[in-house]
Design a protein around this ligand. Structure first.
Ligand code: AHG
Ligand code: MN
Ligand code: MN
Length: 349
């Protein structure tokens, strides 16, 4: 047998063990590691994340073939509770989350952008007592043109009985979230989550069909060069936001990036820093984004990474909604960049 020359950089037993260990750090294992426990609630959370990962894999698979399948792309012809035209992909992804949690024994209720009222799974209620809030497809306008999309999720423990289905217990601040995150469907599929102990990212390895740990304890930069906003709304904003935008236009070192899917835009900020804004407009002072399943979960992620999220007047996580589909202005990202926008809103400069 020919011997490998000694200078060749062959894997040692140690590096091989480390790389195998990394390959085995799946999402469900990571949750248990984070909680340092095998208690019932730790197992629940691990199983919940595993199911969310399954939903992400199903949606990613569907998207990767959508252009080749009849009836996967385009509009359904319906308008959702938000008054927005619904895409077939929105409905597919909404149904995936329901199907994944139906027989899980974990989630009693699902509340989504695409459903006026929560979806109940009564057989799960005595055991599970968790609620999943989600935006099945974030960035729907990117669906038919093969650009990045996302899903956003937030898990809350049910409080109270919610017997009449009004979901009043959901009308509580974002501090009640026990887990939150997003799935980003880009060149690769990534899942980013927090359970209140830092932010961790996973990449889907299609050959394994598993999300494998990519980065632990991600920290958002204090400041970044990117500002991410739909400047088409310029003349509908309050003067303070217009002044902020004029400030970045005349200041060296800023660059604009806006994808139409805030999961992508916020993922960029998480890694490279900067700020994302969706302020209120004259016709819609509360803005576009929904508090419970868009702004609050992303605020939880960004705060856990060392960033900030505000309406301009209060922290997103402190906002107590009065209705399920409540909207809120959102300014989110690196702490210094969010503070700059805030100072324009509060002090005019
Ligand atoms: P959704 O597709 O869930 O309705 O959310 C789209 C959101 C957000 O992802 C994006 O940043 C923003 O709406 C885009 O809105 P505009 O086209 O008004 O800029
Ligand atoms: Mn959305
Ligand atoms: Mn959506």
């Amino acid at each position: 047998m020919t011997q490998a020359p000694e200078s060749l950089d062959l894997p040692t037993a140690d590096t091989q063990e480390r790389s195998l260990d990394r390959d085995c750090t799946t999402l469900s294992r990571h949750v248990l590691q984070q909680l340092q426990s095998f208690s019932g609630s730790a197992q629940d959370l691990s199983a919940l994340m595993n199911r969310i990962a399954l939903a992400g894999k199903l949606i990613a698979r569907h998207m990767s073939h959508a252009g080749l399948m009849a009836g996967a792309l385009g509009f359904t012809g319906e308008v959702n509770v938000q008054g927005e035209s619904v895409k077939k992909m929105d409905i597919y992804a909404n149904d995936v989350f329901i199907a994944v949690f139906k027989q899980s024994g974990l989630v009693c209720r699902l509340a989504s952008e695409e459903m006026e009222n929560p979806y109940y799974i009564p057989e799960n209620c005595p055991i599970g007592r968790y609620t999943l809030l989600y935006d099945p497809i974030d960035g729907s306008s990117n669906t038919d043109i093969n650009l990045s999309l996302g899903s956003i999720f937030s898990i809350r423990q049910q409080e109270g009985e919610d017997l009449n289905g009004e979901a009043k217990d959901l009308l509580a601040s974002g501090h009640k979230q026990i887990a939150a995150g997003y799935i980003l469907y880009g060149p690769s599929t990534m899942l980013v989550y927090t359970i209140g102990n830092g932010v961790h990212s996973f990449t889907l390895d299609p050959s394994l069909g598993e999300f494998i740990l990519t980065e632990e304890n991600i920290r958002i930069p204090e400041h970044g060069s990117v500002y991410s906003v739909n400047e088409g709304n310029f003349w509908q904003w309050d003067e303070s936001i217009r002044e902020y935008i004029r400030y970045v236009h005349r200041t060296e070192g800023y660059t604009a990036r806006y994808s139409g899917a805030m999961v992508s835009d916020i993922h960029r900020l998480l890694i490279q820093g900067g700020v994302f804004l969706y302020p209120g407009t004259l016709p819609k002072p509360e803005g576009k984004l929904r508090l419970l399943y868009e702004s609050a979960p992303l605020a939880f992620i960004i705060e856990q990474a060392g960033g900030r999220a505000t309406t301009g007047h209060m922290n997103i996580l402190d906002v107590v909604p009065t209705k399920l589909h409540q909207r809120t202005p959102l300014i989110i990202g690196s702490p210094k960049d969010v503070a700059k926008v805030e100072s324009f809103i509060q002090n005019g400069h």
